[in-house]
Write a protein that binds this ligand. Structure first.
Ligand SMILES: [Zn+2]
Length: 96
C-alpha cells in the first residue's frame, strides 16, 4: 500500500504548493518523452515551472529524474534542452 500521507485539509497558505497530476508511462524513457511533450505543450500556463519537471518510478517516488537541463543562463533565462544534453545550453552562444 501507499506509504505517503495524503491530507484533504487545506493548507495554511505558506509557501508554494505543487500539483501532482499522475500520468503513467511504461518505462523511464517513455515517461521522459511524455513529460517533455506535455510540459512544452503547456508552456502557456504561467504557473507551470517547466524546468522543475521530473519523473519518478511509481514505487520509488522519492527518486526524481530531471527532464530538462534548466541551467541558469544570462538575462534570467533557463536552458530548455533535455537534461544531460550534448553541446552548449540554449542561447548560451551568441550575444544578440
Ligand atoms: Zn543545458
Amino acid at each position: 500500500m501507499s506509504s505517503h500521507a495524503v491530507s484533504s485539509q487545506a493548507g495554511s497558505g505558506d509557501g508554494r504548493f505543487v500539483i501532482h497530476l499522475p500520468i503513467v508511462a511504461r518505462d523511464l524513457r517513455a515517461a521522459i518523452n511524455v513529460a517533455v511533450a506535455l510540459a512544452r505543450s503547456l508552456a502557456f500556463v504561467p504557473q507551470l515551472d517547466i524546468g522543475e519537471t521530473t519523473v519518478s518510478g511509481e514505487d520509488l517516488q522519492s527518486v526524481h529524474h530531471r527532464v530538462f537541463c534548466d541551467r541558469a543562463l544570462p538575462r534570467s533565462r533557463r536552458c530548455g534542452a533535455r537534461h544531460g544534453h550534448d553541446g552548449p545550453c540554449d542561447s548560451e552562444s551568441g550575444s544578440g
